[in-house]
Design a protein around this ligand. Structure first.
Ligand code: FNR
Length: 186
């Protein structure tokens, strides 16, 4: 049985390269990982004043979804050398109320994506900083900085370069091994 993995995509636009990549990854690891996007665009901005009893239903549903999965794959663009606010907000929402974080001990992997040459290095590492604090064991190697994103997909969003596909498959294989090492038994 494949492990259930939540994919958080840090971009809201329709033709997002991150979202295209998320879909392109689905068949690459299908035997071991069931990847499914958990939408984060509708989460209200975190505000502690409205948390606890009577918290927005979207927050509660999001937290429940993350609690149920066996790992989290973050696919993020880089905005001004960091992660987009929508992704940071989702992380903040999942981390509260204090002591009830849904991220604690959840195995994770990070892929940053950019049309530029640096592959979102800055966003990747800002995100990793939060994941350290959140106590998420995160795949260290291979690191995944996907640059030149505008040249990676055909019109229907399929990956066009074998070398990229091969790399991403190896990354997902490692994520799968990582989960077996870090996830509690079934
Ligand atoms: C960007 N972009 C960008 N790219 C990058 O490599 N480093 C950066 O710091 C930034 N900063 C940045 C800020 C803002 C506000 C926007 C809107 C964009 C460009 C970004 O990589 C590009 O728009 C991607 O296509 C966004 O990812 P999706 O939407 O294709 O997944």
């Amino acid at each position: 049985m494949p492990r259930n993995i939540a994919v958080l995509v840090g971009s809201l636009r329709k033709r997002s390269y991150c979202r295209m990549l998320a879909h392109a990854l689905e068949p690459l690891a299908a035997e071991k990982l069931h990847l499914s996007i958990v939408e984060i665009g509708g989460l209200p901005l975190y505000n502690q004043d409205i948390d606890g009893d009577g918290a927005p239903a979207t927050w509660t549903m999001f937290r429940d979804k993350i609690r149920q999965v066996e790992g989290v794959l973050f696919i993020t663009p880089e905005f001004n050398r960091s992660v987009p606010a929508v992704l940071k907000n989702a992380i903040d929402v999942g981390s509260r109320p204090y002591g009830l974080s849904v991220w604690d001990k959840k195995p994770a992997a990070v892929i940053s994506v950019s049309p530029g040459a640096l592959g979102g290095f800055g966003a990747n590492h800002h995100l990793r900083q939060s994941l350290v604090f959140l106590n998420m064991p995160t795949v260290q190697q291979p690191e995944a900085y996907v640059g030149g994103a505008a040249e990676l997909f055909d019109e229907s969003g399929r990956l066009t370069k074998d070398v990229t596909t091969k790399f991403l498959r190896s990354m997902l294989d490692e994520f799968s091994r990582w989960i077996e090492r870090h996830a509690p038994g079934r």
